[in-house]
Ligand binder design. Structure first.
Ligand code: AMP
Ligand code: MN
Ligand code: MN
Length: 317
């Protein structure tokens, strides 16, 4: 693990930089990419923001300043330095994983996922950080970057969403939020854009999903489960589908929640949440990763097969 000074030195030495966020990006990934590109340009560097997937991501993330410039790509451009942000492992860079693996000596990893082994040449990791944007704020200070409104907005986006709207985190998260707000952010509008806006179709999708919640017992655990098949997933927007997991995080009488989202026939993205147990262990065992309270993985099979596999793993642990 490296220091802020070592990470800053790697940035200072570069003239052109590619900033890469994780596939299926969230607000911390896009916020980290946009804030870093903005900071690098302020320092007089050439910078481009990239996501290694070809399909579009949640449209509400386009409200983060600079997101309109983030490119969906399968190849790295010719740059001096690669910075991955909010990527817990190399495979989270998606289609760019091969190109980055071939250039690890030029890669700076900035991340807060406890499962990150440090896959770059320089690794700025802080597992206590609420968001990757929290780490970036300190790195930007080290680099003498001035917090302007677009950069502060992008940093705040990651902090807001990765703390579940400031429901968990260290006391410093509020000090950091205050510093970002003092640049003049409209935090109310940011919260609406990233968390609260729902269409009629979204409300109906959420209603159907909630009507289908089931509780399962396995290995002394009680799981609140939503299985959203492809038809249901397609009836709502991506952010609304991603938000379903917040409803099963804390169902009374359960100690974890899971949402299975079928993005292609028999291919599922699974989100796990808990306030009582370590769901990252469960996700890692099933081929994914994440944090103690929030983790995820991907699975192939019918709805019964993939949910049975999760219950079997719960019994094993
Ligand atoms: P999500 O449920 O998609 O919001 O993801 C929760 C956490 O788990 C995030 O911090 C992700 O980085 C992590 N995660 C989700 N899916 C995967 C995956 N397939 N592989 C590794 N980590 C994942
Ligand atoms: Mn993320
Ligand atoms: Mn994050």
């Amino acid at each position: 693990m490296h220091s802020y000074a070592e990470a800053a030195a790697a940035v200072t030495a570069a003239r052109s930089v590619a900033v890469v966020g994780h596939v299926r990006p969230d607000a911390d990934a896009i916020g980290s990419v946009c804030a870093t590109v903005g900071a690098l340009r302020q320092l007089g560097k050439e910078a481009v923001g990239l996501i290694g997937q070809t399909w579009p991501y949640a449209e509400n993330l386009q409200t983060i300043p600079g997101a309109e410039e983030v490119q969906l790509v399968e190849e790295l451009p010719d740059v001096d330095l690669i910075i991955t942000v909010d990527c817990g492992s190399l495979d989270r860079t998606g289609r760019l994983a091969g190109d980055i693996a071939a250039r690890v000596e030029d890669t700076l990893v900035v991340d807060h996922h406890a499962s990150n082994v440090g896959f770059g040449a320089v690794n700025l990791l802080d597992f206590q950080a609420e968001s990757t944007t929290t780490i970036l704020g300190r790195l930007f200070e080290e680099l003498g970057v001035e917090l302007d409104v677009p950069i502060a907005h992008a940093l705040y986006a990651g902090l807001l969403t990765d703390t579940g709207s400031f429901r968990w985190g260290r006391p410093e998260m509020h000090t950091y939020a205050a510093r970002l707000m003092e640049t003049g952010l409209d935090v109310r509008a940011i919260a609406v854009d990233l968390l609260d806006a729902n269409s009629l179709a979204d409300l109906r999708m959420i209603g159907r999903a909630l009507a289908s919640v089931e509780i399962h017992e396995a290995g002394g655990h009680r799981l609140a489960l939503i299985v959203a098949d492809q038809e249901l997933v397609c009836s709502g927007s991506l952010p609304a589908v991603e938000g379903l997991v917040d409803f099963v995080r804390t169902v009374e009488g359960t100690d974890l929640g899971a949402v299975f989202k079928e993005s292609a026939p028999d291919f599922w993205h699974v989100s796990l949440r808990s306030v009582d147990m370590d769901v990252s262990r469960l996700a890692v065992a099933l081929g994914g990763g994440g944090h103690i309270p929030a983790a995820g993985y991907s699975a192939h099979g019918t709805a019964d097969e993939v949910t049975d596999a999760l219950l079997a793993e719960l019994r094993r642990q």
